[in-house]
Design a protein around this ligand. Structure first.
Ligand SMILES: NC(=O)c1ccc[n+]([C@@H]2O[C@H](COP(=O)([O-])OP(=O)(O)OC[C@H]3O[C@@H](n4cnc5c(N)ncnc54)[C@H](O)[C@@H]3O)[C@@H](O)[C@H]2O)c1
Length: 256
């Protein structure tokens, strides 16, 4: 893909699931990769997979919801002074519960990671891109950032916020040559988050994601690689005229 080779990409939550697929896709396209994840063991494992692709791979452990942790991780990841050309705000969590009964802790934890996390890392990385007058940011929202859904009140509210942050920041930094886009994945299988959601659904007598394939026009649930390809496109120069967009990667599950 045009304009990715030799770039440096920071991926939050890049150790597992969709973030790992994005890291591997960008590495295959010639990017050097920095992973920032709360799970040190998984991050080291993914970093080793990237090194095997002969790209530079660094991993730092920390929590995106804590600005001190963000600053410490970034200091570690930029120790050689090389700035980031690409930021993928991917780290996210899902806590289920009705708006009327979800615990205060689950509500606040979801906002802390999914909203404050994007806010913190964006504020730490994007000013450098603006200064250098180039860069691409891709935020992981969700199809639940397009519509609400029973039991997903906190999660949907945070993903609407991610789309809102994307659409607000994009025009602010566009004159400086920095692009900001979002992807809105639908039902994506094969990630720790999806496995946990499937287990919760099953316990509540609800269908697992794969059983909902019939309701998806393309006829299957998505893979982390389906999402990674669109993220790579948005990060590349092939999307040079795309900013402020929120791309649905949902097999037609929800169309905007
Ligand atoms: N799986 C889906 O069906 C789906 C659908 C739509 C959107 N998404 C979004 O895509 C992104 C990735 O989803 P996934 O299914 O791969 O999730 P996942 O839970 O499988 O992986 C998330 C990664 O983020 C890391 N992480 C979690 N909290 C963190 C924190 N506070 N600081 C740093 N790292 C942290 C985890 O350790 C993990 O490596 C999320 O933002 C999610 O909301 C997922």
């Amino acid at each position: 893909m045009e304009g990715l080779a030799g770039k440096r990409a920071l991926i939050t939550g890049g150790a597992a699931g969709i973030g790992r697929a994005i890291a591997l896709k960008l590495a295959r396209e010639g990017c050097d990769i920095a992973l920032f994840d709360i799970d040190a063991g998984a991050a080291e494992k993914t970093a080793a997979e990237i090194s095997a692709l002969r790209r530079d791979a660094k991993a730092a452990t920390g929590d995106v919801s804590d600005m001190a942790s963000v600053r410490a991780a970034l200091a570690q990841l930029t120790a050689n002074g090389a700035p980031f050309d690409i930021l993928v705000n991917n780290a996210g969590i899902a806590r289920l519960g009705s708006l009327l009964t979800i615990s205060d802790k689950d509500w606040r934890d979801t906002f802390a990671v999914n909203v404050d996390g994007v806010f913190n890392v964006t504020r730490a990385v994007v000013p450098g891109m603006v200064e250098r007058r180039r860069g691409a940011v891709v935020n992981l929202a969700s199809w639940l950032g397009r519509r609400g859904h029973p039991a997903f009140s906190a999660y949907a509210a945070t993903k609407f916020a991610v789309v809102g942050m994307t659409q607000s920041l994009a025009p602010e930094v566009a004159p400086s040559g920095v692009r900001v886009n979002a992807v809105c994945p639908g039902l994506i299988g094969g990630t720790p988050m999806r496995d946990a959601l499937d287990a919760t659904s099953e316990a509540a007598g609800l269908p697992r994601a794969a059983e909902r394939a019939k309701s998806i026009p393309i006829g299957r649930i998505g893979t982390p690689e389906d999402v990674a390809k669109v993220v790579a496109f948005l990060a590349s120069d092939e999307a040079a005229y795309v900013t402020g967009a929120a791309y649905d990667v949902a097999g037609g599950l929800w169309m905007t």
